[in-house]
Structures are given as C-alpha cells and as structure tokens.
Design a binder for this molecule. Structure first.
Ligand SMILES: C=C(O[C@@H]1C=C(C(=O)O)C=C[C@H]1O)C(=O)O
Ligand SMILES: NC(=O)CC[C@H](N)C(=O)O
Length: 824
C-alpha cells in the first residue's frame, strides 16, 4: 500500500512532556486545567504559582529558565501582564480567558465590556480551517468548526486587534432581537508563540479542550526543536531544546503552591489504636412500638439523651430519599469524649487531648487534622461478641459513621482556610441596616462559637432501609476487650434497645412523644415587615443585588451567592434538652430534609435545628463526593392538582432552563477545581451532570462530582481545601468572598455540618434552612440567599429569599415575640 504514515518506533523513549509554569490569577477553575493533560505523570512537570506569589524578577530568573511553556489562568477582573511580557523574553504562552485578554493587552489591545456577558453558558465557536491556513490556526488542528465551548466572561478584546495579534476564532452573540456581534474567541501573536482563548477549554462542558492542549504542546515542542542558536533572544535561556534538561528541578517544583496535584508515595498506615464494635439489632424498628413509623425515632432519641449536656442527631428526615438511609444519634459524654465549643478567637480546644507530636496546631482545622489520627481505627467493624443478636455480616458497608467528631463549622471559619478578608470595605447590608432596629451583629456573633465539634465514642445508627439499629462503640485495642471497655456503658444505656418490648419504656416514650407533638404546626407565612423580625428590607437587598450585578458586569465575579439573615426574639427562651428538641421537631415536621440535624450543647446554650437539603462533601474512606443540586429546583405542586403531562413538562423545562444550567455549571466547575486539590487528578470526574431527580414535592437538577483522595490526604484536609462551600460563595471563590464581605455578614450560616468518622469517612451538609438558637436561648437566627448571576432579576431574587425563609419560618413564627407579648 505504500502508506507514508510514520509508525512510532516502540523502542524510542516517550517524548518528554513539556515543563509548564501555570500562573494562577486566583481563579476557581485553574486546577481544572490539569484535566486536559492526557497523562497524569506529566503533571509532575507542572509548577503552579499565584500571580502575586513571587516578584517578577524571581519568576524570570528562578522559574522561567526551567520551563518550556507558560499557561496564564482565567481570573476575576483585569490583569495587566503587559509590563511583564515587555520586560522579558518568554517561552510559548497559552492564555485562558483573563490570560487571553492579558496577552492582547500586552500588545496594545483594548479590553472592554463584552457586547454580551456570558457566565456558565455554552457557545458555538468557529475557527478558520487549520489545514487551509497552515500554521495560523494550529491551535485548532483536528478540531471541528464550530465546536462547543463554555464561556465565563464579562470583558473581551476589542476587535480590530493590533497589527501583531491575529484573531483565529469567533462566536456570534445576539445583542438585540435583530443584531448579532462577532466576538473574538481566540488569538495568536503574528510571530511569537503566544496563544489565547477567550472561552474555558477546561470546563466540563467544553468539547475538544484536550486536543487544544495537545496542539499547544505540539507547538511548544516545535518551537524548542527549531535549532535555536544559543544567543538567539527568542529563547529565554539561550538554550535549544536538545540542550535543555527535560525534567523540572525539585527546587522549582517546590516553589509551587501546595495544592497542586502531586504524586506523593503513600505513607505507612498507622497501627490501629482503637476498634469499633458493633451490635446489630436486625429489623427492630418495625418491632419496637416506640419507634414505629407513626411514632418516629425522636422518642428513642429523647429517651436516651434527655439528660445529656451535649447530644447530636444526624437525622435523615426525608424518608424515602436516596440520601436518607441512615440516621445517627449520640452524645458527647462517653469516655474519651470531649467538646471544644468556643474557638472563635483563640482557637484552642478545651480538651487536653493529645496531638501527634510535632508543632502544636495553631488553627482549629489543624487541630482536627492532628487529633483524628490519634483515634485511627481499623476500618473493619468488629462484631460484638457478647450479644446473641449480633450478625456481623449484615452490617452494611454503607454505614459510614463509626464514632468520631460531630459538629458544625461556621462560614466564618473560612478565615483560616482562605486567609483574612481585605479590610477597608465595610458591609453595606448587614444586621445593622434593617429599618426595624435589629439586635447588633456583635451581640449575636459573640453568643456563638465559630465552630464546634464533639467527640462521640458510642453511637446509635438507624437503618431506615432495613429497620435495623446498630450500636457502635469504640474500644482501645489491644489492651481492652469490649467486656473491659468503659465504653461498654453504651450497652447499659442502649440496654433499653434490647428490651424493646418493655412496656414501661414504651409507655414513657409515647408520653413524651405525645407532649412534643401536641403543638399544631403553625402556617403563618413570612412577612418581612413583621415587627419582631429583623430581615434586610427589600429595598436594601435589591441594592445589594445591584451592587453584585455591577461587580459581575465589571468581570470581578461570575456568580455571587448573596445572602441575608433573619433574626427574631423568642417569647420564651428555649432552655434545656427537652425544649430544644421540641423546637427541632417543630421545624423537622414542617420541612423534613435529607440532611436534617439537631445539635445541642447545654454549656454554651447552643441549639442547631437544621433541615438542610444539600450535601456539601462526603468522603467514604478514600472516595470524595460533592453534590451540586440545591440550585436547580422546581416545586411539583400537589398531586391532585397536577397532571402527569404538566408535571413532566416542569421537569423538562427545568432541564433546559438556561439560568439554572449556568448556575449549576459554574459551581460544578468550581467544585471540580476544589477536588483537584486533594484528589488523584485523573480520578476527578462528573458521573451525573445536571440530571433531574424527582422527589415528592420537587424536581431538582443534580450534579455529582467525584474523585479519589490522594494517599495521605484525610477528610479534614480535603474539607479545608474546599471550604467554604462553593455553592455559598459563587465563583471565582476568592474574589467573590471578598466582595460578599463588603455586602453582608454570616456567622455559622452557610458553613457545613456533619461528622468525621474515626475510620476516615466524612459527610457534611451545607448549613442552610438551619435555625440557630442563641443568646441564652432567646433568639433565633436563620440565613437565606441565592446565586446572583448576570441573568438575575433583583425582585425575583428577593422573593426567592423569602421563599427559602418560608421553608422554616412557619414552624417558628408562633414562638416569636418578646416576653411582654401575650400568647395568642
Ligand atoms: C444561599 C442559599 O442557597 C444556595 C444558593 C442557591 C440558589 O442560588 O438557588 C440554592 C442552594 C444553595 O446552594 C440558601 O439556601 O440560603
Ligand atoms: N474567566 C475569566 O478569566 C474572566 C476574565 C475577565 N475577568 C472577564 O470577566 O472577562
């Protein structure tokens, strides 16, 4: 056949991957670029730095001589790399979005407001035919025209471009009903190896991103393969490819950010110090009257913990939902238990629990990370040999909480994960501005901790699928057997579980249950002018939305999750376990949610009543999963008033809703970036993208992002990397958080709540639809908000906030007032 296609010679060494410097402009999508590398090993050749991490002299003299190419990341605002580029001779550059704009600006192009703003939307990008135009368009070699690309930009390069810059791809945006504007989507320098793309090749919804990077690397290779005489100025080091070393020196790698995916060898697993013993009570929930479906497990919880000073109930309250299989209860008083409630200023745990040696932890996060391995266990549940009911084999592997830390991490704990916020800009919308004179922010925030976790060495797990209960307890190995363990006292407490036919117990429990359900759930809707309720008035909130939109238009953010508090006094303070639980049960009845939770600390008089519908992050030993789902949602309406066809149409409309899809995509791309920090790069994937899940009352657009944790990375570290939840900040996270700091205040709301299990698992919900009772039980606090995007309508956004408050408000409305108010 005489084919002239060259066949690679297997004996030849694989061509070395280019050594790449990535300059991160504090974007929330930068790590997603890693997904474009075909071979994970080649990421060892990448050094990732922040744009302000080193002065340019350092970059020019210490980093650039060791790399073959530079990628300039996307990012908020404008970035003038012009001075930098002018000051030195560069290796090939690939600029993405902000990077693309910076290249054009460096050669005299104006970067202006784009004819239309797009964030999280897909456009068709047309490029000139690569084969017809030889090298002009080598970046798009082999890529069809048009192709689908995701855009996140408010600004664009002005067309016509300066002489030295050649546009190589475009899209056509509708700017009015009849007019379209042609917008430059990619460019290259006429003579230098500089390329830019206005869209995001790394987004999960862009096709051909990998081929583009391949093409760029091919050009990088060609560039260095030209035999460059050592004195030619176009080579930064004066070295031709053949003379250049092919691996990135360790010293240069170490100049990079810690978060860059590395390929560290696994550490030897520490010897387990504890074991988890488990006693299974199969099918007990259907047999025991105190826990039958119409008198639910709250009675058991109340019975077990009513005299505990601190207790938790991670309550999968939306029965039937796939996320609602297990509920966990326990308290923090068992042996080995400790609480550390007050951590806001001086982040020191109250417990004297040991750390693993080395430097003492200085942040709460470090403290958690140091402390958990101290109770490292074998991940296998041990059968509890002393019980006849034990059937170890039937313990579901999905039972993820096996004793450990349970608590809440407030949004303000971001100060330790993201660095301090800029000073200067003061909040313009906060608790201090509502028209009906609210309590001061300070008095409220000091009444709460910023984070509080308690350790439980024994817990009760309810399996709603099988009706079984599992009793778990932690025992020290090998010195203690369960029979000697002080933790065995769980058996005494839970002994009542074994006596489930005990009449007296049933009677006692049903009495409490009746008293707690005797209050009729109130139905009053939220009226933001209610005399006792402090919310941001519509006019102020709309002003904050307009400010947010202004930031978005200036390219400072792609999406801002703006929120506002609701604070109200309680006519009668909530005191003690029974009143706190009754309060939670009111909220739970009104809004049963898959991530509902009750947390109670008597000593700091803190009660958390959460009916969160949203998971933030879950770690199952080594897999990390994040959900993006709460955003896209549509109410189904009562079954009797809705036809099947209408109901299906609602789901179809949601699936195609441009605004919902854009919001979902922005957060999905942000979470992918966050997961890349601690996951094996090739493992980060999106198994479900914008699928519609239908529940009893809502259709919801849900995306799942998954990855496998790198060796040595624990749950605390990955939570630290991803905190605060991207769905509560918007993107890019860093700049969006800075902007939000000028517009509002938060506290515990919008952080996360859940557990760190001793064997490495973690599950955290987002703290929304969550009532916080503080100020000695005399005040309730709720937060609500929504994502502001370029497609937002301010009034509708405010209505959405009121709707969110209303998910909880009717359950507490009747309790609100001042002590002088007469009871209605
Ligand atoms: C800010 C809140 O929610 C976040 C923002 C959402 C939105 O913009 O629609 C939806 C769910 C959350 O991720 C809240 O519920 O208070
Ligand atoms: N995604 C980006 O890099 C955005 C760049 C620039 N801030 C803009 O909005 O146009």
């Amino acid at each position: 056949m005489g084919s002239s296609i060259p066949i690679p010679t297997p004996t030849l060494a694989r061509q070395a991957a280019p050594r790449v410097l990535i300059i991160d402009n504090y974007d929330s999508y930068t790590h997603n670029l890693f997904h474009l590398w075909r071979d994970e090993q080649d990421l060892a050749q990448v050094v990732l730095i922040r744009n302000d991490q080193y002065d340019w002299d350092h970059v020019r003299t210490r980093i650039l001589p060791h790399v073959d190419a530079v990628i300039i990341s996307p990012g908020p605002g404008r970035r003038d790399h012009g001075a930098v580029m002018g000051a030195m001779v560069l290796p090939p550059i690939f600029g993405v979005c902000l990077g693309h704009q910076a290249i054009a600006a460096a050669f005299g192009s104006e970067v202006k407001q784009a004819p239309a703003i797009f964030h999280g939307q897909v456009s068709l990008v047309h490029h000139a035919d690569a084969s017809a135009n030889n090298h002009t368009n080598a970046l798009f070699q082999g890529i069809p025209s048009p192709f689908r690309a995701v855009r996140y930009h408010s600004l664009s390069v002005h067309d016509p471009l300066p002489e030295s810059i050649i546009p190589i791809a475009w899209t056509h945006d509708a700017v009015s009903a009849t007019e379209t504007a042609r917008v430059v989507m990619a460019l290259r320098h006429r003579t230098l190896p500089l390329y830019g793309v206005q869209f995001h090749p790394e987004s999960v919804c862009t096709t051909a991103g990998r081929s583009m990077l391949d093409n760029f690397f091919q050009m990088v290779d060609d560039y260095w393969c030209q035999s460059v005489p050592t004195s030619t100025p176009s080579s930064p080091t004066g070295l031709a490819k053949t003379q250049r070393p092919s691996t990135l020196p360790i010293a240069v790698q170490e100049m990079g950010l810690k978060g860059k995916p590395g390929l560290a060898p696994p550490a030897a697993a520490p010897a387990p110090q504890f074991s988890v013993y488990c006693q299974a009570l199969p099918g007990i929930m259907s047999k025991a009257t105190f826990i039958s479906p119409d008198r639910d497990e709250s009675a058991l919880f109340r019975h077990l913990y009513s005299s505990s000073p601190a207790a938790f109930w991670l309550d999968s309250a939306r029965k039937g939902s796939p996320q609602s299989r297990f509920s966990y209860f326990g308290d923090f008083t068992g042996s080995g238990a400790c609480t550390m409630p007050k951590l806001s200023e001086n982040l020191r745990p109250r417990s004297s629990s040991s750390t693993n040696g080395g430097d003492p932890p200085t942040t709460f996060w470090q403290w958690l990370a140091h402390w958990l391995p101290d109770v490292e266990t074998s991940s296998v549940l041990q059968p509890w040999e002393t019980t006849e009911l034990d059937i170890a084999n039937s313990i579901p592997t999905a039972l993820a909480f096996r004793c450990g830390l349970v608590g809440i991490m407030g949004y303000d704990m971001k100060a330790e994960t993201m660095g301090a916020s800029p000073s200067g800009d003061q909040p313009t919308v906060s608790l201090d501005t509502p028209s009906n004179s609210p309590p001061s922010t300070t008095s409220l925030s000091t009444s709460w901790p910023d984070a509080t976790f308690g350790f439980t060495d024994r817990c009760v797990t309810l399996d709603h699928d099988t009706g079984s209960i599992y009793l778990l307890t932690l025992v020290r190995t090998p010195t203690h057997s369960p029979a000697q363990s002080p933790s065995l006292s769980i058996a005494d407490t839970i002994g009542l579980g074994l006596n489930y036919a005990d009449d007296d117990l049933d009677r006692r429990i049903s009495r409490t249950q009746i008293s707690s359900s005797s209050t009729k759930p109130p139905t009053a809707p939220l009226n933001s002018n209610d005399v006792h309720v402090y919310t941001t008035p519509r006019v102020d909130y709309v002003r904050a939305i307009e400010k947010s939109l202004d930031y978005i238009q200036r390219g400072e953010s792609y999406e801002l999750c703006l929120t506002t508090p609701l604070v109200a006094p309680l006519r009668q303070p909530i005191r003690g376990f029974t009143q706190a639980l009754d309060f939670y049960l009111r909220v739970r009845r009104h809004n049963p949610a898959p991530y509902a939770a009750f947390l109670y600390w008597a000593d700091i008089e803190l009660v958390i009543a959460s009916t969160s519908p949203e998971r933030f992050l879950a770690v199952s030993v080594s897999d990390l999963e994040a959900k993006v789902g709460e955003n896209g949602k549509v109410e189904r309406g009562p079954a009797e008033n809705t036809t099947d066809a209408h109901d299906q149409q609602l789901a179809v409309d949601l699936a195609h809703d441009v605004k919902e899809r854009a919001e979902n995509l922005m957060i999905v791309d942000l979470i992918r970036h966050d997961l890349f920090t601690d996951c094996v790069p090739s493992s980060v994937h999106v198994p479900h993208l914008m699928v519609i899940e239908s529940y009893q009352t809502v259709h919801q657009m849900v995306t799942t992002v998954r990855g496998q944790l790198r060796p040595q990375v624990g749950a605390v570290q990955c939570l630290t990397s991803c905190f605060p939840p991207g769905s509560m900040t918007g993107a890019p996270k860093h700049r969006s958080v800075e902007i939000l700091e000028t517009l509002e205040t938060r506290g515990l709301y919008s952080g996360c709540l859940g557990y760190f299990s001793v064997h490495g698992a973690m599950d955290m919900s987002v703290v929304i639809r969550t009532t916080i009772v503080g100020n000695q039980g005399s005040q309730v606090y709720l937060g609500a908000g929504g994502a502001i995007t370029v497609l937002s309508d301010p009034d509708r956004e405010y209505d959405e906030v009121l709707t969110k408050f209303s998910a909880v408000w009717p359950a507490i409305r009747d309790l609100v007032g001042t002590p002088n108010d007469t009871v209605a």
